[in-house]
Design a binder for this molecule. Sequence first.
Ligand code: SF4
Length: 218
Amino acid sequence: MLEELKCCKICPHRCKVNRLEGEIGRCKATDTIKVALYSVHDFEEPCISGNKGSGTVFFSNCNLNCVFCQNYEISQNGRGKEITIKELANIFLKQQGKGVENINLVTPTSYVFQIIEAIKLARKNGLILPVVYNTNAYENLDTIKMLDGLVDIYLPDLKYSQNQLGKRYSKVDNYFEIATSAILEMQRQVGKTKLNDDGVMEKGIIVRHLVLPRKYGK
Ligand code: SF4
């Protein structure tokens, strides 16, 4: 599967760079997973964080580069530590050991092939928590289809309904059509929302909308 990185078309940028040979595309991710931090997040959406917190794993680099990004040190300056697939699987299990509600993959898109391998490995080694895919929704349909059965909860941002704003603030074309098509596939996969007895989500999708200060909306 990692062979796909020879001509990376993971996201709609379709950079076609050979990440296995050190080339980098728009997201600046190499062939090695880079993680900025992993933590217990008590302030994700209430039905995601629940009482025990969400086991977030923040990936470095991002394929959208929004001018208003609050995590730009991580998403655009690439701050983080390189790790292997096995180490990522162990992080999932370590998070589970802390008693969190789920494993929350934040900005995972650039590393989706490695993440798929890590989820499979962690499941084999005892991971039972729901996996949350926390994304900017600038995703290829084919990439989202690969996650069918591996992701339990989708948490996409729908950042723009007007494509000209996507162009101005994230330098992408057709954001709305691309994001909504990906979100419909996410919805198809997870179906109806399922909550546990404590009201914490086990399966489903939450679409988040961005509210920006006025100066960005002009
Ligand atoms: S994941 Fe990165 S390198 Fe691959 S197509 Fe998207 S922006 Fe380009």
